[in-house]
Design a protein around this ligand. Structure first.
Ligand code: ADP
Ligand code: MG
Length: 240
């Protein structure tokens, strides 16, 4: 589904991604961990071209995203993204937030978008919040709405950048549980997180990033049970 070839990203003279090669298959749940500043967010943002790579190639479903003639807005419809800060539009209701993109892009009629919003909100138990504003919701509720807003577009892959890092601890579980359910349904997911329990339970593959490189990758059992790279061993000794 996603192929990354020799991806490099430089900000001014700071080389943040130093040659990343990666394949992500349909249905995989890839969890990325690593120290702060190692390039995890930049990597995720390069996957849907929120950051333009300095060099290298990103392929998604057979399309070369880094080609100048690629219609990136069209591609992004199939790549949902969820950020640490929930990024809901504060002046729009929950329902409007969910319906906005499908309507704006002409993918659904008003009625279809309304129905889709209702069924997505039902799924997360927030049917009664459709006319509420984001500020009237808890952080956990806002983040679950942000996830269903991305799902409204029927994406083929969901990218998550530390989706629970800004939440009060008691709200982390409801967001992780929802992500777990999505994973069980077969959604392809790439998740940057510090939640090692989630990585162990849900990941099909864990990647360790440090200083702009992927230093190790393995299924979680191996990744956590017998890490080979010394920097990963050190990292795990601090976070586990
Ligand atoms: P992580 O998500 O692993 O914490 P990031 O990808 O956010 O790491 O950042 C990696 C490095 O890239 C950091 O040194 C950060 O300061 C730098 N960086 C990220 N985004 C930008 C930007 N838009 N402009 C300049 N430097 C950036
Ligand atoms: Mg980050």
């Amino acid at each position: 589904m996603i192929i990354v070839k020799e991806l490099c990203k430089q900000f001014h003279n700071n080389m943040v991604l130093k040659g990343i090669d990666e394949h992500i298959e349909r249905g995989e749940k890839v969890v990325i961990v690593g120290p702060s500043g190692s390039g995890k967010s930049t990597f995720l943002r390069c996957l849907n071209m929120l950051e333009v790579p300095t060099s290298g190639e990103i392929w998604f479903e057979g399309k070369l995203l880094t080609a100048p003639d690629t219609d990136i807005d069209k591609v992004r419809q199939k790549m949902g993204m969820v950020f640490q800060q929930f990024n809901l539009f504060p002046h729009k209701t929950v329902g409007q937030n969910i319906m906005l993109a499908p309507l704006k892009l002409g993918l659904m009629t008003e009625e279809e978008a309304q129905e889709r919003a209702e069924s997505l909100l039902k799924r997360i138990g927030l049917s009664d919040k459709i006319d509420s504003y984001p500020s009237q919701l808890s952080g956990g509720q806002q983040q679950r709405v942000a996830i269903v807003r991305a799902l409204a577009m029927n994406p083929d892959v969901m990218l998550f950048d530390e989706p629970t890092s800004a939440l009060d601890p008691e709200m982390v579980g409801e967001v992780l549980d929802f992500m777990h359910a999505l994973a069980d349904e077969g959604m392809t997911m790439v998740v940057v997180t510090h939640e090692m329990g989630f990585a162990k339970e849900v990941a099909t593959r864990c990647l360790f990033m440090d200083e702009g490189k992927i230093l190790e990758q393995a299924p979680p059992k191996e990744f956590f049970g017998s890490p080979k790279n010394a920097r990963l061993q050190d990292f795990l000794s601090k976070v586990l």
